[in-house]
Design a protein around this ligand. Sequence first.
Ligand SMILES: Cc1cc2nc3c(=O)[nH]c(=O)nc-3n(C[C@H](O)[C@H](O)[C@H](O)COP(=O)(O)OP(=O)(O)OC[C@H]3O[C@@H](n4cnc5c(N)ncnc54)[C@H](O)[C@@H]3O)c2cc1C
Length: 447
Amino acid sequence: MTSKKIAVIGGGFTGLVSAYRLAEAGHKVTLYEFHNDLGGLVRGFELKNGQNIERAYHFIYKTDNYIIDLTKELGLDDKLHFHQSSIAAFYGGKIYNLVTPLDLLRFSPIPFIDRIRTGFVGLYLQNVKNWEKLTEVTAYDWLTKWNGPRATKVIWEPLLKGKFHKYYDQVTMAWLWTRIKVRQDSKDKGEQTEKLGYFDGGFEVIVAELEKRLKKRGAVIKLNTGVNKLDYKSGKPVITDSNGKHTKFDGVISTVPSPVFGQMVEGNSQAKTSYINKLKSIDYLAAVTMIISTKQKISDYYWHQIHDEDSPFLVMLSLTALTQNTDPYDGNNIYYVGDYIPHDDELFKMSEEQIIKRWYTGIDKLFPDFDPAQVDEVKVFKFGNAQHIVNVGYEAKRPSYKTPLPFTYLANFSQIYPQDRGTNYAVRDGQDVADMLLKELDKQHIA
Ligand SMILES: Cc1cc2nc3c(=O)[nH]c(=O)nc-3n(C[C@H](O)[C@H](O)[C@H](O)COP(=O)(O)OP(=O)(O)OC[C@H]3O[C@@H](n4cnc5c(N)ncnc54)[C@H](O)[C@@H]3O)c2cc1C
């Protein structure tokens, strides 16, 4: 096949991997990214000492083979290390261990009989093979039926609400099952908690290496350049970018969220109203994160899951408690606080100062010794489309990779199902759609 002119829209993990595969195969790639740097949701920022760190907390599981293989291919495997996770559960102002079966038996906020039920249900879920059945029921109903209403209210409801907010009772049990399964599969034999992978230098090392290789292969990376519209002239895609420039391509891979893609292609004769409506019917939540670099070791645990409904955030975690290494941060401890919210939630509209104030109060409730005076740096970030709602019947909404538009493919995390979205599947899908587009272009060439 002769070299083709291909556009990739979005410079997150999916777009970067697609662009890399296409450039590697000898095609002329143009990557459009709305922001001023690459990485999408994994985008980092520099701490005062120049160390890059993710704006949103990220790690990978031991079973995340697609990203692990890419890491090896890029020669970065010496930078990836797996660490034993540690988890604390907060309920009613107290910290509990809630990891082992014995921890569960000791978890006094729920009656003893419900602890036994929850333990058996957990064991059952780890061994489920036929997950398809779980797509037909919400996690909330399934857990209420099998764990009982009291255990569901105390253990699961706050976590589902934290992750899915007002949609907490709509999410399919298949989604929750994959979360439980991947954590189980990521444990070493005999270990109670999973092992989680993090890169020396953060996920930025992968982003930077892909960017370097793309440039070496002649790809054009257009930062600060959004794609506003996709039209079709003589069967070929034409991009209108945010500078008003029109450019014709042989093929397009779009990695933007589904409703954003819907807006881009709306009005084209091939994009029927039913297709556009399907793309727009997928609900997304926003996310807010706060990163603190502090001299103080606030907690020994990596992950703090909060079962109190009045908590102002979903999770607090310590990157340095996971990696057991404060060297990259000049000896400071790194904490993330995060929450998922609808776009119209007041938190999403608050200023950085207001969020810091609210969340410092939240940390103080969990750790009364928390001393803001020891914080060297604090940053807040907002993400517009951070998590989609995987409700019962989601399979019918899930968009296909091949779109009805000629030589145009869509790959974003709303297609990942039933697994939770993540960088691992972004790598898989980025590669797969690049292959699909190349096959279609090749067929045309043969014809
Ligand atoms: C709080 C949080 C924690 C997470 N934790 C983990 C974790 O621990 N492990 C893990 O593996 N995954 C995690 N994830 C998920 C992971 O970040 C995503 O699955 C992955 O980054 C998705 O990559 P993507 O390229 O598909 O999408 P994105 O990263 O969203 O990239 C899409 C890109 O398209 C750009 N774009 C949008 N519109 C336009 C336009 N019109 N024109 C041009 N460009 C456009 C955006 O700016 C963005 O750069 C987490 C996500 C969040 C929000």
